[in-house]
Write a new protein. Structure first.
Length: 757
């Protein structure tokens, strides 16, 4: 009896310590991680929520497939968080969250591309376009730092001046407006740790995203670490940037604040750019059941607009601005902010809820030659989902059920621009009011997704989304007159399913396939007819995606590869038909078919104990055509889809040394691009080469880190169009203005200093 009581006291007298393992960049819990006690060699395995329960303090080794091994000390704290960094050589093993059910990339049923923090560091920190353009199937035009357009698998190419039909999130906060427009280029890259791109129709999870979803993961503050990092960058065309990055973290709480100030005179006339950003990110691991994070982002931007130019000017005077934009000194000036709170609660080991509340605002002024635009937008929303796990016989089912509600109120006014009535140099002058609108835009997404292992090697995934979108337009300028454009428009509920399967042949190779539905509703502007009424006959663009692919590792996991073949069938194609020099209306004009191939290859190896080499290759082959396209009296059926390159090839090589020296060189080849729907005009093939050389070293016993670098873009001074205005029309005897010239050879240099307290 005495021995029995003694054993019970020992067992129940032992203190239990809970350790949670997470991805250091995305914050995703890591199951199946291993914890090795260095003293007695006992091994523990983390559960589905990334948690170990142990009863001894001491030194442990944490490891997980796809992540760097780490030695930690377990103290007397009741609850500890341990962060693991991804291992570049095992990229397919990392856990991604783009599909809302965290799982290893190797088992994903869709093409998901991951841009890591190391990939971001290889480029300059003032322009996101070169980073995104390395991803197969993604092409980002960049007419200037504030004039950009992202295309994924041909979707978005029809938009004239910005990005649409592609959704974006900063953590769980949507960056896409109620009007379907997405802007990510003004985000400070020092606040982004990872970018995950889900290509093709992702409507079953995120709603109206025909082209795909871009998921930005914020640069979370590190736990148990306090440091301050500063950066100074100087470059061609008056470029200068200063940034300060402050990190504070203790055992279970962390805070990161990033401030940046960027200025550029620009290569072209009327091209000045000024941007200030402030980003705050906090994470609070309250206990093993509750986590809280707060994210805030503020951007103040003023950028002048040189606009597009005609072919003669493009060839002979590419630094010129469009005459009317230069004379009016056109620019955009806006202030925007986003703040969101995300709460995660574990009800049980198999049931978890994640809820995010967010609000945003944007106040903008944009003088254009044809008018002066003033905008004010306030938005709010909530996204909540429950994640659960079920065990039925020998099969585990992971599922998520949730909803996203978004509403924004958009006020816009336009005024006459009287710049022609005043001397040159006066800039834009505000005249009489031309219009005043109040737009209320809202959508509701209800979604469910589940995946299950039918066997140890096969995973099946199914998802479905119900979307309700509505627009209300209130014309405050022509109230109660025959010109009153007020009206309401509600789309019928749209159901978008997705079915996918993946099969893991071995730890080296897997295959996947999926069928998915997607859609993108028209903007309010596209629903307006010339006489001012709402076109209730206009329909959302919609389509089906069929995809098959493979991914894996070879040569002792030094080489990672991804290959996918896909076909997208798009109907109710929205076309912006030009009615006057600066007015467009939207029409549903036909169907397109997108056949494509995407391939990427990454090599991580060692030349010797002193040198390591990394090389990457990505290739996109695009065969996108109009299946049926009749615009007025013109039949463009069978022609190439306008605004998309026939092929894009990227090749990069990076070399790192233990001495601190590093270098990277990137080559990009872009095929011909149709400029108009009739396919009578194409761009020339062009090739770009960029390079960066740097040196890293530490002082003060590792507490002080330095990184100095020099970069050269467009080394061979290639003349090319970095953005196109497709189907441009000349008015008044003027030539069409198709081209935004890319920058010639340019340089930048900088230094970062990081001090650990």
């Amino acid at each position: 009896m005495f021995i029995f009581i003694l054993n019970v006291c020992i067992v129940y007298g032992q203190k239990t310590y809970k350790i949670k393992i997470i991805d250091s960049k995305s914050g995703v819990e890591l199951d199946n991680a291993h914890l090795l006690n260095k003293n007695n060699h006992n091994v523990f395995v983390s559960d589905q929520n990334g948690i170990f329960s142990i009863n001894k303090t001491g030194i442990y080794i944490v490891s997980r497939l796809g992540y760097e091994e780490k030695q930690i000390e377990i103290t007397n704290a009741n609850y500890q968080i341990i962060e693991l960094d991804i291992k570049p050589s095992e990229l397919n093993e990392i856990v991604v969250r783009s599909n809302q059910i965290p799982s290893s990339l190797k088992k994903s049923v869709s093409t998901i591309d991951v841009i890591s923090s190391k990939d971001i560091e290889k480029e300059s920190t003032f322009n996101i376009a070169p980073i995104l353009n390395k991803v197969p199937g993604v092409f980002m035009y960049s007419g200037s730092l504030n004039t950009n357009k992202i295309i994924i698998r041909g979707i978005g190419s029809r938009d004239l001046y910005g990005t649409s039909k592609i959704r974006a999130y900063f953590k769980d906060i949507p960056l896409t407006t109620g009007n379907g427009e997405t802007t990510i280029e003004d985000f400070e890259l020092n606040t982004v740790s990872r970018i995950e791109i889900l290509k093709g129709a992702s409507s079953s999870i995120f709603g109206a995203g025909l082209g795909g979803t871009i998921h930005l993961t914020p640069q979370n503050a590190s736990l148990n670490e306090t440091h301050i990092k500063s950066e100074l960058l100087l470059g061609s065309f008056g470029l200068n940037k200063a940034a300060v990055n402050i990190n504070y973290g203790n055992t279970n709480n962390s805070l990161r604040g990033v401030y940046s100030n960027t200025h550029s005179d620009g290569y072209r006339d009327n091209n000045n750019y000024n941007r200030q950003t402030l980003t705050l990110i906090t994470n609070h691991f309250l206990n093993d059941k509750n986590e809280l994070s707060i994210l805030g982002s503020y951007v103040k931007l003023k950028s002048y607009i040189p606009s597009s130019i005609d072919e003669n000017t493009f060839l002979n005077s590419p630094s010129s601005a469009a005459y009317t934009w230069k004379r009016a000194e056109g620019f955009e000036d806006y202030t925007r902010g986003i703040i969101g709170t995300s709460w995660s609660h574990n009800y049980t080991n198999n049931l978890k809820q994640i809820t995010s509340f967010f609000t945003s605002f944007r106040k903008a002024l944009e003088p254009r030659p044809f008018n002066i635009l003033k905008e004010n937008t306030i938005a709010f929303g909530i996204r909540s989902r429950i994640l659960g796990k079920l065990n039925i016989r020998k099969h585990r089912i992971n599922w998520t059920l949730g909803a996203e509600l978004f509403n924004d109120n958009h006020h816009l006014k336009t005024f006459e621009n009287l710049y022609l009535d005043f001397p040159i140099g006066s800039g834009s002058i505000e005249g009489e009011k031309l219009s005043s609108f109040n737009e209320n835009r809202a959508y509701l997404n209800l979604f469910v997704q589940a995946e299950s292992n039918l066997s140890k090697k096969m995973l099946v995934s199914f998802g479905i989304n119900l979307n309700k979108t509505r627009y209300n337009l209130d014309d405050n300028f022509n109230k109660n007159t025959k010109l009153d454009q007020s009206g309401n428009y509600k789309f019928d509920g749209i159901i978008s399913p997705k079915l996918g399967v993946s099969y893991v042949f071995s730890d080296k190779i897997s295959v996947f396939s999926n069928i998915s539905h997607g859609f993108s509703p028209p903007t309010i502007e596209e629903t307006l007819l010339p006489e001012g009424t709402i076109n209730t006959e206009i329909k959302p663009e919609s389509g089906l995606t069929f995809e098959i692919g493979t991914r894996g590792n070879i040569l002792k996991k030094q080489v990672t590869f991804n290959l996918s073949l896909y076909q997208m069938l798009i109907k109710n194609l929205l076309v912006a038909r030009r009615t006057t020099e600066d007015q467009y209306i939207g029409i549903n004009a036909g169907k397109t078919i997108h056949n494509g191939l995407e391939f990427s290859l990454i090599y991580n190896g060692y030349i010797s104990q002193t040198f390591s080499i990394n090389s990457n290759l990505s290739y996109s082959l695009n065969n996108f055509t109009f299946k049926e396209f009749i615009d007025s009296q013109n039949n463009y059926s069978g022609n190439k889809l306008t605004g998309v390159p026939s092929e894009v090839l990227n090749l990069g090589v990076s070399l790192d040394t233990k001495l601190g020296l590093y270098t990277t060189i990137n080559y990009q080849h872009v095929g011909k691009i149709p400029i108009n729907d009739s396919n009578t005009l194409f761009t020339d093939i062009y090739n770009l080469v960029n390079s960066k050389l740097g040196y890293k070293f530490t002082l003060a016993k590792g507490k002080l880190e330095f990184n100095s670098y020099l970069g050269i873009n467009n080394i061979f001074d290639t003349k090319y169009a970095s953005q196109l205005l497709i189907n441009a029309t000349g008015f008044g005897g003027q030539s069409p203005r198709y081209y935004y010239p890319g920058n010639p050879i340019n340089f930048y240099t900088g230094i970062t200093i990081n001090y650990y307290f």
